[in-house]
Design a binder for this molecule. Sequence first.
Ligand SMILES: Cc1cc2nc3c(=O)[nH]c(=O)nc-3n(C[C@H](O)[C@H](O)[C@H](O)COP(=O)(O)OP(=O)(O)OC[C@H]3O[C@@H](n4cnc5c(N)ncnc54)[C@H](O)[C@@H]3O)c2cc1C
Ligand code: SF4
Ligand code: SF4
Length: 342
Amino acid sequence: MPDKKVLIIGGGVAGLSAAIELAKLDVKVVLIEKEKTVGGYARQFTCKATDECVKCGACIVEGKIDEAVSHPNITICAGVCLTEIVQHDRFVISFIDRNNEKQACEVDAVVMATGFQPFDPINKPFGYKRFDDVITNLDLEKRLHQERAVKRPSDGSVPGKIAFIQCVGSRDSSLNHLWCSKVCCGSSLRMAKLIKSREESTEISFFYIDVQTFGKDFQYHYDLIRDQVRMIRAIPGDIFLTADRKLKLEYYLPAERKQIEELFDLVVLSVGITPNRNADPIAEKIGLKSTGSGFLDEQSMVSVPGVFTVGTARGPKSIAESVADAGRVALDVLNYFKAQHN
Ligand SMILES: Cc1cc2nc3c(=O)[nH]c(=O)nc-3n(C[C@H](O)[C@H](O)[C@H](O)COP(=O)(O)OP(=O)(O)OC[C@H]3O[C@@H](n4cnc5c(N)ncnc54)[C@H](O)[C@@H]3O)c2cc1C
Ligand code: SF4
Ligand code: SF4
């Protein structure tokens, strides 16, 4: 359909993959990205391979970037700010480009690929931003990328004992975040395995509600790692800093009816996927109304003809699932064009 043009808002792995799928169907695509580079969160992740690939999916995104950048049907505009989007016969889009110049274009359909926001644990009782040695899983990704052995941010020493706390900001009724983020168990356990492979003496404890083993081959990797970490089915309540700058975790073991206090050198909060609230003004401009969790899932939205959503904008997904979702949305867009034609 060479006479059709689609706007994709967001150049993460979902937006890039949707652009590629549509371009292959001979549809023209304009992809706009607010950051200076495309790739989204997936581009920040480190390769977690040890002696073998652990199928974390992080390397998928570079291939998608190369494919999208070189496809003649795709125009990528990065570092832009969308200012207006109005629906007449077609959608009229206005944006400010990276040279601060106003641009406009008309398209036949819009795909929201605006992604997610990681949960901000600042208001949780875990001391994030109060204690230097409490970090998030995203902070840990960056550290593992930059340095071979993980170090304590406070004094640069190699931690002897690390605690991972799972489900921070997910499956939390006090926040009305009832969903499982699906990716943080796999991501944290893979990082634990990587830490152990680099520094075998590090003792790792994994505090969890239950372990989600979504994803291709993850059960195999989970079976390998769970013998190397202490799996503790409990979520600590509070964290305190001791006089010798250790982190004291308090947790309750229901099976043993025991309240435990234990010292750690580094605590990693596994924050998950929450709706990208920054996309709400755009959704509002095109008449999309969220009726549920805040994710832009068509099933829980007042939907608009010609407007589609893809990737984690719709709800928690891994990189591989976001890529698969792009195939689905490309077909939905194509069917919409065909129905208009008839
Ligand atoms: C802690 C953590 C660890 C994870 N680990 C893994 C893992 O190991 N393996 C795995 O498969 N998945 C993992 N994930 C999930 C993975 O990050 C997502 O599957 C993937 O990033 C989804 O891509 P996306 O394009 O939907 O969203 P994003 O990566 O959020 O991309 C969205 C893009 O849209 C852009 N955008 C947003 N709003 C606008 C706007 N208004 N205008 C223009 N552009 C806009 C953003 O700048 C961004 O580039 C993890 C997630 C978290 C939180
Ligand atoms: S899937 Fe992950 S672990 Fe495997 S090679 Fe790619 S980035 Fe590395
Ligand atoms: S994937 Fe694991 S850590 Fe993340 S929300 Fe689900 S159960 Fe909790």
